[in-house]
Write a protein that binds this ligand. Sequence first.
Ligand SMILES: Nc1ncnc2c1ncn2[C@@H]1O[C@H](COP(=O)(O)OP(=O)(O)OP(=O)(O)O)[C@@H](O)[C@H]1O
Length: 500
Amino acid sequence: MDRKLLLHAENIDKKFGPTHAVKEVSLDFYEGEIHALIGENGSGKSTFTNMLTGILPIGSGTFTLEGEQVAPKNQVDANLRGIAIVVQETGTLSGLTVAENLFLGNEDQFMRHGLKDTSAMNRKAQELLGSYGLDYIKATSAIDRYDFEDRKLVEIVRSTWFDPKVLVVDETTTALSQKGRDKLFEVMRHQRDLGHCVIFISHDMGEVLAMSDRISILRDGDYITTVERSEVDEEKLKTLMVGRQMDDHYYRTDYPDYTTEPIGEVAVFVQNVSVPGHLDDVSLDLHKGEILGIGGLSECGMHELGKAIFGASYDRAGTVTLANRVEVNDINTAIDHSMAYTSRDRDNESLLINDTIEDNITLPSMRDMGMVLSDKKLRSFAQKYADVMSIKMVGVDQTVSALSGGNKQKVVLARWLGKQSDILILDSPTRGIDIKVKAAIYSLLEEMRNQDKAILIISEEIMELIGMCDRIYVMKDGKLNGQLFRSPELCEQDLISKMV
Ligand SMILES: Nc1ncnc2c1ncn2[C@@H]1O[C@H](COP(=O)(O)OP(=O)(O)OP(=O)(O)O)[C@@H](O)[C@H]1O
C-alpha cells in the first residue's frame, strides 16, 4: 500500500535540567493512520507530543507537516496549523461555559462589529455537541457543572470539531468509561478515515493493538522502532517497551475456597449510604484481608461511593462505621483512623500538584512522625517510599507537576504506602501506569491483603477486578446490582451482564 507522509519529526530533542526526556527522535507519520506511541512511564511520550502541540517549546529538532516546518507557540497556534491534542488530565478551564471552552482561542469567528456574538457561539457549540451525540451537555452551562468524564468529552469535541490533520490522544482512555472510550474511538477512526493521522498514547496493549495501524516505541527518551500492527502481539510489544522479556504474572493466581476459608472481620460497615443523584441506599461490608472490587459503568455511582466511604461526599446520608465503632463523616476522621483514598481525578483531588514529591508523600504521615520533624527525616521518608514505587524523578524536591502521568500516580500510591494505612479505598489505582509498575502494584496489593489490610478497588478495568478481587460488587444506577466471588471461571461477561 502506498502511504503518503503527513508529518515528519527530525531529531526532536528535549532536556529538563538533568533529565534528558526525549533524545533525538526521528519519526514519520502517514496520512490515514492511527499511530500508537508506547513506552514505560517517563519514556518521553508526552514530552514528544507536547512539543508537537505547542504545550512545550521544542528543545531542538524539527517537525515538518505537509512539507512545512511547524513549531507551534501554544495550543491555539497548533490548532491553527491543524494539530490538536486531548491531554491526560483535565483539559478544560474552570469558570468558563462549555461553549467558551469549545472555542477557546477561536472566538474570532463569532466577532461581529467588534463584539462577540455569544448566542451564535452557543448555538454553534450546541450543534457540535449534538453531532457528537452529546446533546445532554448544555453549551451555556458552566463547565464546572459537569463531572470529569463529561469534561473530557467536551475536550474531545474541542480538539476535533475542526478535523485537525494531526490529533494526539494522550493516555485519555483510562479517564473514560466504556461509553466515553467508544465515543473517543469513533472520533479517532473518523479522523483516520478523513486521511488524517491520530497519534495514540496508551498503556493498554489490547487497545493499542485493536486501534492502531502502526506502533512506535520509546524507551528512556530513545526511539526504539516502529512496527506494523499485524507484525506484533501483546508479548512482543511488552518486550520492546521494557527491553527484556516480561513474565506474565500480573494478577493473583490463588483461588481461595470462600465456603471453607474464613473471611476476616469487618473493617468498614457501609450502611444505607445515599448521595443525591449518585448513590441510592448502598450497604456493604469491607473485611480485613480481602480485596473487594466495585465495577460498573462510569456513571453507575462507583466513583462517588469511594468518596462517600472516605467522608469526602458533601451530601451523604447513611453511615460509614469502622470496626472500633468510629463513624467516618469527614476526611480527617478517615485519615486519623488509618483510611487511605486515591481519587480517579488525580491532579485535582489526589495531589498538591505544585508542591514537591516530598510534600505530597509526607503530608498524611507528618503527625505520625512525632513532634520533631527534621528536614532530613522528612526527606528520607519521602525517598524511601518514592524508591519503593520506583518513581522516575530527579529528586524528591522536584514538583509533582514536572512528573510524567504514571509517575504522578506512583506518588499518590507512595503517600498511602508510607502512611501504612489499614483500609485502602483505591479508585482507578493503576490508571496511566505502565505494565511493569502495574505488576508491582498488584503484588503490593496482594502483600497488603496478606497483612490483613482491607482493600477496596474501584475500577473500570474489568480484568483488573477479576484478576485481583476476592469479591466484586457490580453497580448500576447508583445501587449494588449483584455480587460475584473470585473464581477461575469468572469472565468479563459475568460482570458486564450486571452492569447494563
Ligand atoms: N516539566 C517538566 N520538568 C521536568 N521534568 C519533566 C517535565 N515534564 C516531564 N519531565 C520528565 O521527562 C521525562 C519524560 O516524561 P513524559 O511525561 O514525557 O513521559 P511519558 O512517557 O509521557 O510517561 P507517562 O506514561 O507516565 O505519561 C520524565 O522523567 C519526566 O519526569
